[in-house]
Ligand binder design. Structure first.
Ligand SMILES: [Zn+2]
Length: 240
């Protein structure tokens, strides 16, 4: 039995496995990323090369997360109110562990560095270990993100000259991701749970900051109108 079939049967016991699975490893992914595609009854799993050599039990957990995602419309998945497995728990713990041990290289940009220090002191009593910090592309869509796999916070270069307060707000949001990790229920991974939203609201002047962020983005858009398509503001603010 291959890994996919094993993952499937542990998750959906009693359901016949009627898919053609294929697993490949790729060096193009970031560490510990993975994707799945479904074409007809074929399931194509593509895993970052860093998964090679990881315990099968953990990889099974990864595949189970992907199975739930890709098969969510299948009858035998829809009806289930609870989907969890020991393997998925192992996977979750493994990924959380990766973000702890990925060591920061210590070289960073001064603006990001100071923002991290300010926010760490003010909101986390200095207890958050410094992740890797980098400026990303000048994206209006993805304003900032935290990557658990590489323990890296990326901020869109849009904010290179943003007021400290706005940069700190984005930094705070991403540091909350690092601190809270994610919760997993019913096979779905939640990044912005109720605890996350509660803590997010504790940012100083959190009521006004969204409006400040909006108007900053708007001013940046006006500065280069010819290249930017129109997005709805709601969409813009969906930063991860
Ligand atoms: Zn987020």
């Amino acid at each position: 039995m291959n890994l996919v079939e094993e993952a499937f049967s542990r998750l959906f016991s009693g359901v016949e496995f009627s898919f053609e699975p294929a697993v490949s490893y790729s060096g193009k992914f970031k560490p510990y990323n993975a994707t799945v595609r479904k074409i007809g009854s074929n399931l194509y799993f593509s895993l970052s090369r860093s998964w090679k050599g990881t315990s099968d039990e953990i990889v099974i957990g990864l595949i189970q997360h992907l199975l739930i995602k890709i098969l969510r419309k299948e009858k035998f998945v829809k009806g289930r109110s609870k989907m969890a497995s020991l393997n998925m728990q192992l996977y979750d713990d493994f990924i959380k562990g990766v973000s702890e041990v990925t060591v920061s290289n210590g070289i960073g940009d001064e603006a990001l560095e100071s923002s991290f220090r300010r926010v760490n002191e003010k909101y986390f009593l200095g207890f958050v270990d410094r992740p890797q910090l980098q400026w990303g592309s000048e994206s209006f869509r993805k304003l900032a993100s935290y990557d658990y796999h590489t323990n890296m916070i990326t901020v869109s270069s849009l904010f290179l000259e943003a007021p400290e307060r706005i940069l700190d707000y984005l930094m705070y949001h991403e540091m909350l991701h690092k601190k809270l990790k994610f919760s997993s229920s019913n096979g779905r991974i939640r990044h912005h749970g109720s605890e996350f939203r509660r803590l997010e609201g504790q940012f100083d002047g959190s009521g006004a900051i969204e409006a400040d962020l909006n108007s900053f983005i708007r001013s940046r858009r006006r500065a280069r109108p010819q290249r930017i398509r129109r997005f709805s503001w709601r969409r813009l603010l969906m930063f991860q």
